[in-house]
Ligand binder design. Structure first.
Ligand SMILES: Cc1ncc(C[n+]2csc(CCOP(=O)(O)OP(=O)(O)O)c2C)c(N)n1
Ligand SMILES: [Mg+2]
Length: 268
């Protein structure tokens, strides 16, 4: 499957997963689909048949509420049966609404309490250095999430320890739970902030699959001792017109039978 169709399939199955519960974190799941499509089709060194493979690349989905998008991606890659997508958050499920390393094959770190993923990635990366393991550790944070101070402790640490295999993506969809991120606590200029903390930074259109790919290639090849940050300009609810225009309400909203059918129609 080419990356364009892969991203479409991830969107469709993200909504399938959310529809199984009738509601959930629709907006922030859909805004990272294009990144996941590029990462998992072109970059992640992983083996669905051996999810704990020693030298695999790791992804820390720090905005752990976007689990449904990662689950759709992992299911499509063959980490687990597609039918699991219909069990989101149900009793006994392997797919909780927020990602859990102990429950889901292919999930590398538990998240949900925002702000901790970069620190976790630093821990993984420093352990890798000590053990001589050569892998990339990717982190996906939200723009609202950057309002949490722990991110900046992690950023300082990553630079101090020269963790150039840590690649942080910021899903800059401009919305958090209560409204526009800039009206609550403005986090811009995100690129300048990470640069000031010692990162190499790039800013890309997070809906442009080729631009994302180029940015990742560049970040992976830096090898200059600097941790890497890619700020992605995204749209919350991306891919479905009525979710894209819902505003802050799309953070956690319904996926009714009617909405699901209408969304699938748009994603044909
Ligand atoms: C420590 C912590 N505080 C509050 C929450 C509740 N919460 C869940 S998602 C969210 C908004 C996050 O905004 P952003 O990072 O921009 O996420 P996105 O727009 O990508 O969904 C909040 C406040 C949480 N999960 N963890
Ligand atoms: Mg956001």
């Amino acid at each position: 499957m080419d990356v364009v169709n892969f991203s479409k399939e991830i969107r469709r199955n993200t909504l399938r997963c959310l529809h199984s519960q009738g509601s959930g974190h629709v907006g922030g799941s859909l805004s990272i689909v294009d990144l996941l499509a590029v990462l998992y089709s072109k970059h992640m060194h992983v083996d669905p048949a051996d999810p704990k493979m020693d030298d695999r690349d790791k992804l820390v989905l720090s905005k752990g509420h976007a689990g449904p998008a990662l689950y759709a991606t992992l299911a499509l890659k063959g980490f687990f049966p597609m039918e699991w997508l219909d069990t989101l958050n149900k009793l006994g499920t392997r797919l909780p609404s927020h990602v859990n390393v102990n429950l889901t094959p292919g999930v590398d770190m538990t998240a949900g309490s925002l702000g901790q993923g970069l620190s976790a990635a630093c821990g993984i990366a420093i352990a890798d250095k000590l053990k001589g393991v050569d892998r990339y550790v990717y982190v996906i944070t939200g723009d609202g999430e950057l309002q949490e101070g722990q991110n900046w402790e992690g950023a300082m640490f990553a630079a101090q320890k020269r963790l150039d295999h840590v690649i942080v993506f910021v899903d800059n969809n401009k919305l958090q739970i209560d409204g526009a991120t800039q009206n609550i606590i403005n986090v811009e200029d995100i690129e300048a902030k990470f640069a000031a903390f010692g990162f190499d930074t790039q800013r890309v259109d997070g809906k442009d699959l080729e631009a994302l790919d180029r940015a990742i290639v560049q970040a992976k090849s830096a090898h200059n001792g600097k941790p890497q940050c890619i700020v992605m300009e995204t749209v919350k609810g991306k891919g479905v017109s009525f979710y894209e225009t819902m505003g802050a309400g799309v953070h956690s909203t319904t996926v009714t039978d009617e909405q699901y059918a209408a969304a699938l129609e748009e994603l044909k």
